[in-house]
Design a protein around this ligand. Structure first.
Ligand code: F6R
Length: 243
């Protein structure tokens, strides 16, 4: 695992956007795995700036979703499909035909999750998976004590994650769904390159457990230690508890 400490979130965004741009120059139809939440926004903004400047061509790029709320209609403004369309696909000029995501509204959720894993594999697998991290060490929505071998499946959000995400639902926790589908940790580990971005002091404990703690299900992100090509990009505040 490589750890890169950057001065701030903007520098982290630029670094990762450049890694994505280099990948797309090498492999124009690369499958980029993307996360939602606040942390990756500087990455998407920096990559969109490169597209506008003509420094990278995204016309053949493909995007894969990491996780989704269960029960929110796909066109709900806070479904992760809608968020990714707004924050990633449209700014990068990528159409929904190049988008892969799990179906959080399927009647048979488990079958939809298994179908998503098959679609990812049939698409050739994720080339670069961008991850954020929860304050409790979750990646995707694999909360603490998720199996390190897990596949895409339905999960129940912890109260803490629902509190954290209420900010996207007018601050009203009642509107935050209780369930999500998420790529499993085993699914995530199949990506060729994992890039985790963590910014801010609130992530410092989770980053220390991820990088320096034992590989353990209590900190799902620690599974990155098992991956042959994992990069953890942290700003100085998130790096504060590294030895
Ligand atoms: C969401 C996801 C989550 C977030 C995590 C951190 O797609 O993968 O694991 O990355 O909850 O969220 P932020 O970045 O908002 O602190």
């Amino acid at each position: 695992m490589e750890v890169v400490i950057v001065p701030d979130a903007a520098a982290g965004g630029e670094l990762i956007a450049e890694a994505m741009a280099q990948l797309l120059r090498r492999k124009p139809d690369a499958l980029l795995g993307v996360a939602t939440g606040s942390t990756p926004l500087p990455v998407y903004q920096a990559l969109a700036a490169k597209v506008r400047a003509g420094a990278v061509d995204t016309s053949r790029a493909r995007i894969a979703q990491l996780d989704e709320y269960v029960g929110l209609p796909a066109d709900h403004p806070e479904s992760y499909r809608s968020v990714l369309r707004r924050e990633v696909l449209e700014p990068l000029g990528i159409g929904m035909d190049a988008f892969l995501g799990p179906d959080g509204t399927a009647e048979d959720i488990q079958a939809a999750c298994e179908a998503y894993d098959r679609r990812l594999a049939a698409a050739g697998g994720v080339d670069l998976q961008l991850l954020g991290i929860g304050t409790d060490g979750h990646i995707g929505f694999n909360e603490p004590c998720s199996s390190l071998a897990s596949r895409t499946r339905i999960k129940t959000l912890t109260e803490q994650t629902r509190v954290d995400n209420a900010r996207f639902f007018e601050g009203d926790i009642e509107q935050v769904p209780h369930h999500v589908v998420t790529q499993g940790i085993g699914t995530i580990l199949e990506a060729r390159h994992l890039v985790l971005l963590a910014t801010g002091e609130g992530k410092a404990d989770a980053v220390a457990a991820t990088v320096e703690g034992p590989v353990a299900a209590v900190c799902p992100a620690s599974a990155l230690q098992l991956h042959p090509h994992a990069t953890v990009v942290v700003d100085e505040a998130a790096a504060a508890k590294l030895k």
